[in-house]
Design a protein around this ligand. Structure first.
Ligand code: SF4
Ligand code: SF4
Length: 186
């Protein structure tokens, strides 16, 4: 009899504690939003997939110098940097090269430093940031985008050079054609 009474008291106490927690959160301001009708506003620190950073003059041209440090440092092997091949020299350039060699001078390498391709497998990326820490020119950053979605793993394989060019083209279009009031950003 005494044991049953103690059990009942204990159950009632648990119920009261639970109700107190429920009451507290019921009266607190709401922190969730009715997505997708309303977007969350507190995602400034969100780390999305990687992106290449564009130059100051040309936003579509990567700051990257194709050194490969990021790919070597990545613990998940999700980066492949494809360097540009040297352009075929013109006959005049060939002659100048031959003359420079004859004089014992070292000809200047005029190959553009930005990568031909910058392949990124987001399905393997742990967003650890090691690639960014090892980049000597600050050419990598996290996007703040939480809305990346796809139907297959391949949808998360990117050439970041192409992504940067597309993004710069979209921004260029947006700058030249100011959206009308009330127009959606998407
Ligand atoms: S964030 Fe980490 S896992 Fe992702 S690409 Fe960079 S180094 Fe690799
Ligand atoms: S992103 Fe940075 S570390 Fe990676 S290849 Fe380009 S310059 Fe080198």
């Amino acid at each position: 009899m005494i044991k049953e009474a103690l059990n009942t008291m204990s159950d009632l106490w648990s119920l009261m504690v639970g109700l107190r927690v429920t009451k507290k959160y019921f009266l607190d301001p709401q922190v969730t939003v009715r997505y997708p009708w309303k977007a969350v506003s507190n995602i400034d620190s969100y780390k999305g997939h990687l992106m290449l950073v564009g130059g100051k003059k040309d936003k579509g041209l990567a700051k990257c110098i194709s050194c490969g440090m990021c790919a070597m440092a990545c613990p998940s092997n999700c980066l492949t940097v494809v360097k540009r091949k040297a352009p075929k020299p013109t006959p005049e350039e060939e002659q100048a090269l031959a003359e420079a060699k004859a004089k014992g001078e070292k000809p200047k390498d005029k190959t553009p430093k930005d990568p031909e391709k910058f392949l990124y497998d987001f399905t393997l990326c742990s967003l650890c940031g090691t690639c960014m820490e090892n980049c000597p020119v600050g050419a990598l950053d996290f996007t703040g985008s939480p809305y990346l979605a796809g139907y297959s793993r391949e949808d998360f394989h990117f050439d970041l050079v192409q992504v940067l060019k597309n993004q710069a083209a979209i921004e260029g279009v947006d700058e030249s054609a100011a959206p009308e009031a009330g127009q959606s950003e998407a």
